[in-house]
Design a protein around this ligand. Structure first.
Ligand SMILES: [Zn+2]
Length: 411
């Protein structure tokens, strides 16, 4: 039997992969979870262990934010007031404000550092970041948890494809690279990026089906996104229909050979049931960003359809440029407030196990189970919970309360 150093106990323990345990405890040794059970049972099993009690709290796994752009943290003014206009108008505002304020430099770095530290203080242990500068790379030593910093590649012209391919082969193997979106990254570039990600054994995140302009471009080779690309590139690029008139972004990515268990589709709003079948069949993951989607008015992801097909989505905040408050607690609460919302326990699983699985970290994180890392939050409760359901509802709705912040256990 393991020589357990500590038993951490609280009013409730939320393993995520098993029902909440009243008066539960987590046995921890050398930073690893050894057992999760009622405190009484673990005291009998490990008589010499130190017992640390957290009263009026629950213990949960740390949260996982599967989509953020730290380098856009200085552009919070874009989400400070309600967005007027469509997605393309928002992208135009983003591009011009970034050109005006700069994409790098001390102010950009400071804003990004503040956001990543705030994420950690809010209970997030893993951030999957996407950016086209080195801002997030420079935060690897600042963020106390795991920061996956992806460099995004984009460009639709043949000239940009050649340049990007040259650049890609020069990247260090340690640099995580990914594509931006079906409407902004050349299909041959996406294929090259996915091939590289596969070779290096890392995941491949890509914005997918976030807005209808993407669908119009893929289906018909025209629409506001094509006009925006013409304006930006100064070239009159001709796009052919890349999919059938009833098909969507997932069909497109599937035919490019990009979908497998290491691909993470971000947003996944405008997808049909058939497309979700393709995702489930290929093991493709999805990350939902309800706060950003709501701010931009781009639609609502079909959460229940994903769940019906056996997928557990991850959650992401996206950036401060499209979401006024970067809090995974708020993302859960937003989904909880939607019509036909999943159960609170499912929403909490999305913010933990869903993220861990999407990022390929579910062997180590995402739940409180023997063998996993003891990355455990102490979450204060507003009042005693009389049932597991009540507890989970309090957890997913805690962002609106004035409770003390979460803490992490001292191992
Ligand atoms: Zn994004």
């Amino acid at each position: 039997m393991a020589n357990v150093a500590h038993l951490h106990s609280a009013d409730w323990v939320v393993p995520v992969t098993a029902p909440p345990i009243k008066d539960g405890a987590v046995a921890v040794e050398s930073g690893k979870i050894v057992a999760v059970a009622p405190l009484e049972a673990l005291e009998n099993r490990y008589p010499g262990a130190d017992v640390i009690c957290y009263e009026g709290a629950s213990l949960t796994p740390a949260l996982i934010n599967a989509h953020i752009h730290l380098e856009l943290s200085h552009l919070g003014v874009l989400s400070a007031t309600a967005h007027q206009g469509d997605f393309i108008q928002w992208v135009s505002r983003l591009v011009s404000l970034r050109a005006q304020l700069g994409a790098s430099g001390p102010e950009v770095e400071q804003a990004a550092a503040e956001i990543c530290l705030r994420q950690y203080a809010d209970g997030v242990s893993v951030l999957a970041d996407i950016g086209n500068t080195n801002v997030a790379l420079d935060l690897l030593g600042v963020f106390p948890g795991r920061l996956l910093a992806f460099r995004e590649y984009l460009g639709m012209t043949e000239a940009s494809l050649a340049k990007n391919k040259e650049r890609l082969v020069l990247e260090e193997d340690t640099r995580l690279c990914s594509g931006h979106a079906p409407y902004s990254s050349h299909p041959a570039l996406l294929a090259a990026l996915k091939k590289r990600a596969h070779k290096l054994g890392h995941i491949f995140p890509i914005h997918t089906a976030e807005h209808l302009a993407e669908l119009e471009m893929l289906r018909h080779g025209r629409g506001p996104m094509v006009e925006f690309i013409h304006e930006r590139s100064g070239e009159n690029l001709v796009f052919q229909a890349a999919i059938g008139p009833e098909e969507g972004s997932i069909h497109y990515l599937y035919r490019l050979g990009l979908l497998d268990a290491q691909t993470l589709c971000i947003h996944g709003i405008h997808v049909s049931d058939e497309e979700i079948c393709i995702m489930a069949g290929t093991g493709t993951k999805v990350c939902l960003c309800p706060g950003s989607n709501r701010f931009l008015g781009v639609g609502t992801a079909p959460v229940q359809h994903y769940l019906k097909h056996g997928m557990l989505p991850a959650l992401g905040t996206d950036s401060l440029a499209s979401n006024p408050k970067l809090s995974l607690w708020r993302e859960m609460a937003l989904l909880a407030g939607e019509a036909n919302a999943p159960a609170a326990s499912v929403l909490f699983a999305m913010a933990t196990m869903g993220g861990a699985a999407a990022l390929g970290l579910d062997e180590h994180l995402g739940s409180l189970e023997a063998g996993k890392e003891a990355d455990i939050l102490v979450v204060p409760l507003e009042k005693p919970a009389t049932s597991a359901d009540e507890l989970m509802c309090m957890l997913v709705n805690r962002q609106s309360s004035t409770l003390p912040p979460v803490r992490r256990i001292n191992q």
